[in-house]
Write a new protein. Sequence first.
Length: 138
Amino acid sequence: MDKLAKRLREDAATIDAEISAQLDSRIQASLAAIEPETVRRQRKPRRRPVSFWLASSLTGVAATLAVIAVLNVVDVDEPAAVSRTVADNTMPPIEIPVLDLDVEAATLTGPLARELEDLQADLKKAEEVMRGDVRIDF
């Protein structure tokens, strides 16, 4: 890290930068307009007046009372639901047949098991060939 820091310092020393008077004055004006952070921290936040708190509280209470009043005005005497018979049921109940879904999974796994055995055999052959190549190289 010391070499890098040394090279950066040397490179910075070789840089010859000139700025115009106009740019320099603009930079100085920008720096003068910036408020230091310590001053910003020392500034106390403005407190809201008590009337703001009072107005907010009264508005909340009024809204709550309005909601309670609207909910209490709702008509309590609702008519009871009446069930009506539209047509007589003349059909006998439909019986749903129960299907025996005892399917054997072995019929589907047989070809997959053979494929797995073939792949494992291919991997063994490739491993043996690779070991032979490694022995030859060393």
